[in-house]
Design a protein around this ligand. Structure first.
Ligand code: ZN
Length: 157
């Protein structure tokens, strides 16, 4: 079956940093095809009308991937404001200057200070997304109403 609107698509993918060639992530992902923001729009375009076994690679500019870094999201906060057990590499949610909750990554703990970064870890990077289609099936009515794929490599809830 072909990938068209309202099909559930499973991909094996490999994500690399376009500038350095460094591997960033690899695995399987499933998404609902047809403009549901389940995956980067450029990848949906590349897969439209394709079927199981199709392989492609898309190069994503920074703006097409996770956007440029925003240095205003880099914060230094007193360690005393944090629950015990905060570790480098951990994440926590706090309300940003814009009043919206945002996930911050703990990048460094230095003495009494914790350095946080609210940018997506892949912000500021151009990416290469290589993938191979491993499954295509019609999405269920429930998946379409939820705007995402369930089970397997999709959402579990
Ligand atoms: Zn759901």
């Amino acid at each position: 079956m072909q990938i068209t609107k309202d099909t559930a698509v499973t991909l094996h993918y490999k994500l690399t940093d376009l500038a350095t060639g460094q591997g960033l992530d690899a695995g399987h992902t499933a998404y609902l095809h047809g403009g549901y923001d389940g995956i980067f729009p450029r990848i949906e375009q590349a897969l439209e009308g394709q079927a199981v076994g199709h392989a492609t690679a898309v190069e994503l500019a920074i703006e097409e991937a996770f956007g440029p870094r925003d240095e205003s999201l880099v914060l230094t906060i007193p360690r005393s404001e944090f629950p015990p057990g905060v570790k480098v590499g951990g994440r926590l949610q706090r309300v940003g200057d814009d009043g919206q909750p945002r996930v911050y990554h703990v990048v460094k703990i230095k003495g009494p200070q914790v350095h946080l970064d609210g940018n997506h870890p892949l912000a500021g990077k151009a990416l290469r997304f290589a993938c191979k289609v491993t499954e295509v099936r019609p999405a269920t009515a429930e998946e379409i109403s939820h705007r995402h794929v369930h089970g397997g490599h999709g959402h579990h809830h």
